[in-house]
Design a protein around this ligand. Structure first.
Ligand code: ATP
Ligand code: MG
Length: 752
């Protein structure tokens, strides 16, 4: 059962409680005209999930009423998607096309009741006659046809006597209805087309509005759950069932609508996806860049990550756009606790360790200690290794913490090495590093005392395996992509000659891996062979997109700093983080520690940006965000915080205008985090306003000097360090409310 009960489950529970149904029956009714996408996953999770939660049943039904676009391969893809997500359709796929004879009979019944007629207006006229939202429609003269004539024409339509579009069957409802859908909706149209299952048996095909409700009825569906765009079709749904006298038979289905899933940077309609597949912009329906279930599956997403994502976004009645970062987060989050960590070098640079002879094997665990899994492999180590090309810099900028001619680095799980010589080709490109290793620095038994700031991935030259790496990124660079012109030209980068440690290939400890410092990767299920292993990038270790859009439009200054790394295990900054870091340093004047903290943490940088829109106090805001807010955000999501960015800005503003001291600000912050009260409220109700008035502070200073004659004497004798003592005492006795600047001045004056 889902943690939070959504409105659909509330309806289902109420219906069960009221005895409306004994058993819940839902259905997932895709049209087999394309591969299912993440939007369908949402619908699958809802329909199959509700059936499972309430011990009911969910039918997988192909809504195959449009012969020109449907195909068995799509049926297979749909079955696959449902199964992969962990749901069971009892190996029983339902098809609307199986109900064609029954539907035909229902149509005859409507005709006999005088509730349906064959119309012979053409498409254009039908549209014209329908009227507009403000104007009633008018009924076609053909609506006057007799039942006999209608029956005769309808049968001949079925028998293929007319051309496409010559006639249609329409319900006779109300051409003046406010709901335009009710203005004599079409029930059948002529289509001389081969149906992938029904063959050429039919020349007429039922419309969605006629087929869907009846298919639901035939299958004994109780809750017919669809997306919001069908809201106005609900009246037809009920009209058909009621008019045919099926509406009072129990159980009868009712339609309920929920909001469609939309995701930014993503196109979701099958029509658009088909265009990409046909146009060759992607390699097929299972291209890892597509939002299809087949694409996610091939890319390496887990079913759990998709299920968690669907759970997390919830079910609502209001359409909204979900951030694709949320989906990326859910896969990262899932894999983080599951997959082995291994070493892979994407852009190899040779390192010869000149003082190392022979070879050895280093036992290295696959999982970090916070992952509750066990297992290890042997890492071959030898004189010749490869490291990542950008983990060495000859002329490093400040803040570069990896290997340089002056700076040693740790080889993950192994030794510390130092660079001795840089070998270059005639063009000045670095071709090799000659290094020495420190024998007493082996990871786990390091007695060398050498300090390093970083640990990098590496592979032993003779044992490493060559692999192909496919680096996937978002298919669209635009948040709301329109079409081909918004395609991200860098959505796929293929690296042919990456090097990976041998155990990954020989032991195959898993299909999914974290390549240390690179991201999560998956052995491509189609192209992977033992001769040519291929890995797909599933997702990076961090979101590298969140600020890309904003920062690329700004002309960020370009100081020297390239990749900044704060300690051995921390990944290098992404390009986006780096830009942000540089902007914080150069434009906003933050110190590098604070800038680093903010730039690396998306939640913090968002929060900071938001606060900055309220108050232009970059340093003050940065300090509190990087320290106090950061502490809160470690344990919580931004949405769970008791305070807003605006309130933090209000707090800092009070410090800036000296209403409160920064010490008191800390206290107010704690209170805000706990109670959710506004900072001004807290300051007011607790009387925390800063005391800056000298006439109020001087008596306190006097009192303290009186109590500490010895220290006064020492100060006057030249021990000026005692200034701090006096200031501290004053602050203490005012509960931190005295303005430190004023106190400082007054104390200095007094002790002169
Ligand atoms: P598309 O427009 O992408 O082709 P569709 O709605 O035409 O989608 P169907 O095959 O008719 O696709 O849909 C099957 C079921 O999946 C329907 O109940 C539909 O409401 C649901 N569905 C389709 N897209 C989404 C989405 N983006 N979010 C939630 N449910 C969806
Ligand atoms: Mg559709």
């Amino acid at each position: 059962m889902s943690e939070h009960k959504d409105f659909l489950r509330t309806i289902v529970e109420e219906d069960l409680k009221a005895g409306k149904y004994n058993k819940v029956v839902t259905r997932f009714p895709p049209e087999p005209n394309g591969f299912p996408h993440i939007g369908h996953a949402k619908s699958i999770v809802i329909n199959f999930g509700i059936a499972r939660d309430y011990h009911g049943h969910c039918n997988l039904r192909m809504d195959d009423t449009n012969p020109t676009k449907e195909d068995t391969k799509y049926v297979e893809a749909l079955k696959d998607a449902v199964e992969w997500l962990g749901f069971d359709f009892d190996n029983n796929v339902h098809f609307t096309s199986d109900y064609f004879p029954k539907l035909y009979d229902y149509a005859i019944e409507l005709i006999k009741m005088g509730k349906a007629y064959v119309d012979s207006l053409d498409e254009e006229e039908i549209r014209e006659y329908r009227g507009t939202v403000t104007e009633a429609g008018k009924r076609s003269k053909y609506a006057e046809r007799s039942v006999e004539e209608n029956l005769d024409l309808f049968e001949r339509m079925k028998n293929g006597e007319f051309k496409d579009g010559e006639h249609v069957l329409r319900a006779k409802i109300d051409m003046t209805a406010a709901n335009m859908k009710m203005r004599d909706p079409l029930l059948y149209r002529i289509r001389h087309a081969h149906h992938f299952r029904a063959g050429d048996a039919w020349s007429i095909y039922p419309m969605y509005d006629f087929a869907h409700c009846l298919a639901d009825y035939i299958e004994g569906i109780t809750h017919s759950i669809c997306t919001l765009e069908f809201e106005n079709n609900r009246d037809i749904y009920n009209w058909v069932l009621d008019t045919l006298g099926l509406g009072s038979i129990s159980p009868r289905p009712y339609q309920h609508e929920f909001a469609r899933l939309g995701i930014n940077y993503t196109v979701m309609s099958k029509r658009k996806l088909l265009e990409l597949v046909k146009g060759g912009q992607v390699s097929g329906w299972d291209d890892p860049r597509l939002p299809t279930i087949a694409g996610y599956k091939r890319r390496g997403y887990t079913p759990e990550s998709i299920l968690n994502f669907c759970d997390g976004i919830g079910i609502t009645k209001a359409n909204s756009m979900v951030d694709v970062a949320q989906l990326e987060f859910s896969i990262r989050d899932d894999l983080n606790t599951k997959v082995p960590r291994v070493l892979c070098v994407l852009d190899p640079l040779k390192v010869t360790i000149e003082n190392y002879e022979g070879s050895e094997e280093i036992e290295a665990t696959y999982y970090p200690h916070d992952v509750p899994k066990e297992g290890s492999r042997k890492l071959p180590f030898s004189r010749e290794i490869y490291i990542e090309r950008d983990d060495f810099m000859e002329n490093p900028p400040k803040g570069y913490y990896r290997l340089t001619p002056e700076q040693p680095v740790r080889l993950k799980h192994a030794y510390i090495i130092s660079c001795k010589e840089v070998v270059k080709d005639v063009n000045g490109n670095i071709t090799e590093i000659k290094a020495e290793y420190h024998p007493d620095s082996r990871s786990g038994s390091d007695t060398s005392g050498i300090k390093v700031k970083s640990a990098i991935q590496w592979v032993s030259a003779s044992e490493a395996k060559e692999v192909e790496i496919r680096l996937y990124d978002r298919l669209f660079k635009d948040e709301a992509p329109e079409g081909l012109e918004d395609i991200n030209p860098d959505s796929l980068k293929v690296i042919k000659n990456a090097l990976i440690e041998p155990a990954v290939i020989t032991e195959k400890p898993d299909e999914r891996f974290q390549f240390e410092r690179q991201g999560y990767f998956y052995a491509d299920p189609v192209d992977y062979t033992d001769e040519k292993p291929v890995f797909n990038k599933i997702v990076g270790l961090k979101d590298s997109w969140s600020k890309k859009k904003k920062t690329t439009t700004e002309s960020a200054p370009k100081p020297q700093a390239k990749k900044v790394q704060i300690d051995g295990e921390v990944a290098p900054m992404t390009e986006v983080q780096e830009k942000l870091f540089n902007k914080y340093r150069a434009d906003l004047g933050l110190n590098s520690e604070v800038a680093n903290t903010l730039a690396r943490d998306e939640k913090l940088s968002y929060f900071y940006a938001e606060a900055l829109t309220v108050l232009n106090s970059p340093v003050g805001l940065a300090n509190i965000v990087a320290n106090d807010v950061a502490r809160e955000l470690k344990a919580k999501e931004a949405s769970e915080l008791k305070f807003s960015a605006k309130q933090i800005a209000d707090l800092v503003k009070m410090v800036d205008d000296e209403t409160i001291s920064s010490k008191i600000a800390k206290q107010v912050f704690e209170e805000m985090a706990k109670s959710g009260e506004s900072p001004t409220q807290i300051v007011e109700s607790k009387g925390l306003v800063q005391i800056s008035d000298p006439s109020k502070i001087l008596p306190i200073i006097d009192e303290i000097m009186e109590k500490n004659p010895d220290n006064v004497a020492k100060f006057k004798a030249g021990n000026t360090k005692l200034l701090g003592f006096f200031v501290g005492q004053v602050l203490k006795s005012t509960g931190g409310k005295a303005n430190p600047k004023v106190v400082n001045e007054l104390v200095s004056e007094k002790l002169k």
